[in-house]
Design a protein around this ligand. Structure first.
Ligand code: BT5
Length: 325
């Protein structure tokens, strides 16, 4: 009901909606409409009521409430079941626990704040209250475990598209899991697998986007390498719109990858790559080496040409790649 009311206000685009009109649209009495409006007001919504004109949504609280998301969703499965947290350790951690239950594919765990947000290889993700999009999507792909890293590229392309759609800003993909604007990190993606025997039981795609992150939230060394959409645009972005858009493109690219293979997503990630064509330093368990990133292969691996001319496929998960200026 709340979601239907929000959707009605969104489509009214700032016009007033009469109690009768809303009652018809929602299929409830005018008194019920009034009660729902009151409940929203208690949650911090500013809703004007003018005699004879009706209700008008003036301002909504800046929160990723599930009904706000649902009112904007254009997906069939992704984001149709949402678990919302004001504060949580890590949305990925929670989504992994859900992965071991019968939680459905496309379920999303979202939080305003993470107190133990995670990056790859035990690193952490700074996740201050209501400043970012911190979300994890549960997938159950019929893929072999070796194919799972390709989902990182699919997710990166989806976030690229969503940022472009909502803000008009063109980000670039730093292989394999970052999105950058002007060489600074604006989003990090963490894909984690749950396996049973030799098969994938679930995949969790964790997405952290610096939407309205203020630079003073990041420690000094990190601040120089990071940015946010707020910083780039000079105004805050609507985080719910951004998440709805991420889910739309993620569902679309994921379904396409499962039906037709990963070629399109890999081709897009190649075209949007900030890494291909650059000199990179590869940090792996076996040591450090340098070369030129020349391509992304059909498995999503980064092809790096060493100075002796030999080309090596670098797989995500085991390495860090640093672009050299
Ligand atoms: C990542 O790891 O970039 C993956 C980040 C994934 C975060 C999401 S949020 C929702 C979900 N739940 C989680 O717990 N995680 C996921 P990696 O490539 O390892 O990069 C981590 C490094 O990025 C850190 O060591 C910092 O240097 C830097 N960093 C941390 N927080 C940042 C931020 N907010 N913005 C930019 N850089 C940051």
């Amino acid at each position: 009901m709340r979601q239907a009311l929000i959707r009605a206000f969104l489509t009214a685009q700032g016009r007033h909606l009469s109690g009768g009109e809303l009652a018809d649209r929602l299929g409830v009495s005018r008194t019920a409409v009034w009660k729902h409006v009151e409940a929203l007001r208690e949650l911090g919504y500013l809703i004007e009521a003018v005699p004879r004109l009706g209700y008008r949504l003036v301002e909504a609280p800046d929160r990723l409430h599930p009904w706000e998301l649902e009112a904007r969703l254009e997906t069939r499965r992704f984001g149709r079941v949402v678990e919302y947290h004001e504060r949580i350790g890590s949305t990925n951690q929670r989504a992994k626990a859900l992965g071991m239950t019968d939680a459905p594919e496309g379920m999303v765990v979202v939080a305003e704040e993470q107190t133990a947000g995670r990056g790859r290889l035990g690193r952490s993700w700074v996740s201050p209250f209501a400043q970012g999009v911190f979300a994890s999507v549960l997938l159950r792909p019929p893929l072999r475990p070796v194919e799972a890293p390709k989902l990182t590229l699919v997710s990166a392309v989806a976030v690229h598209r969503a940022i472009a759609e909502v803000t008009g800003v063109e980000s670039r993909i730093k292989w394999p899991n970052d999105l950058e604007i002007d060489g600074k990190k604006v989003c990090g993606i963490l894909v984690e697998l749950g396996m049973e025997m030799d098969a994938i039981n679930y995949v969790v795609v964790g997405i952290g986007i610096n939407a309205n992150l203020r630079s003073e939230e990041l420690p000094g060394d990190m601040a120089a390498r990071a940015t946010s959409l707020l910083q780039v645009l000079g105004r805050p972005v609507n985080r719910v719109e951004l998440l709805a858009s991420v889910l739309k493109y993620l569902e679309w690219l994921y379904d396409q990858a499962l039906q037709q293979g990963f070629q399109t997503a890999i081709e897009l990630s190649r075209r949007l790559s900030a890494t291909v064509g650059r000199r990179v330093r590869v940090l792996s368990m076996k040591g450090e080496w340098e070369g030129e990133a020349v391509d992304i292969d059909e498995n999503g691996a980064l092809l790096v040409r060493c100075d002796d001319g030999s080309v090596h496929a670098v797989h995500s998960g085991e390495v860090s790649v640093r672009a050299q200026d």
